[in-house]
Design a protein around this ligand. Structure first.
Ligand SMILES: [Zn+2]
Length: 250
């Protein structure tokens, strides 16, 4: 099989492994879906460590809705409805609660908007936006946002440069992007079969980032990258005064 150019750094990505379409994160708690026989090939960039499944580049929003984010998606990602937004809201309130009156927040890839609802209940100016779940949706009053969150979004998107450009267009020059995606360092490596639970097509996990590839993507779009854990990251161009305490923590 031929190599494809790395969407992040441009180097060649060679095929690394093939998994069944139904490989899902539910396997991490012992639930195995029946095999579909549909192959999903992941390609690995030797240079930056970005690992992706190129076949999804041609999928239309309705393909994702039909085959991944359908009525059975909840079985492979049960936390997505309530638990994950609740944890995110509590973390954001703890970190930025004291400056929430001076910032506009956007939850990018918001699903049904639970996180923004929780923040608004706490007095925040928070907007939910999900161009992937609702491709025809538009922001009423887009302007620029001081704080954008993208929880468990980056690994779901085939065109990560388009994702970054879209977020950049919504983020203030001195805005802060907080994103979560689990880094692949130590779990995906050249010449090793993919056994990592997070590399799961049935969950829509088609773009898997190493730390270096996430930093390369950030840099390519003019951002610095910082991290708090293998799962939680921050991107910024200029640190705004309202977030200075946050960067001291980081
Ligand atoms: Zn690369």
């Amino acid at each position: 099989m031929n190599s494809v150019p790395c969407p992040v750094c441009g180097s060649p990505c060679a095929p690394l492994d093939v998994v069944d379409f139904n490989k899902s994160c539910a396997e991490s708690w012992g639930t195995h879906l029946p095999l579909t026989g549909i192959p999903v090939y992941y390609y690995l960039c030797d240079k930056c460590g970005y690992c992706h499944a190129p076949q999804f580049r041609d999928w239309r929003p309705e393909d994702y809705r039909e085959r991944i984010y359908n009525e059975r998606y909840i079985e492979v990602d049960p936390d997505y409805v309530e638990k994950r937004p609740a944890i995110a809201a509590s973390g954001l309130i703890q970190t930025f609660g004291n400056v929430s009156s001076s910032i506009r927040h956007l939850d990018y890839g918001s699903g049904s908007g639970v996180l923004s609802r929780m923040l608004r209940e706490a007095g925040w100016d928070s907007t939910a936006y999900d161009p992937y779940a609702n491709p025809d949706s538009a922001l009423d009053n887009p302007g620029r946002f001081d704080l954008i969150t993208a929880y468990e979004i980056f690994e779901h998107v085939a065109d990560v440069n388009h994702l970054m450009a879209d977020i950049s267009g919504l983020l203030a020059e001195d805005g802060v992007l907080i994103l979560s995606t689990l880094l692949s360092d130590g779990f995906i490596a050249p010449r090793q079969r993919i056994t990592w639970w997070y590399a799961s097509p049935r969950n829509g996990h088609i773009s898997l980032f190493s730390k270096q590839s996430l930093a390369t993507l950030a840099g390519r779009h003019g951002y610095h990258l910082g991290g708090f854990s293998p799962a939680l990251h921050v991107m910024w161009r200029t640190v705004p005064p309202w977030a200075s305490h946050f960067f001291k923590i980081g």
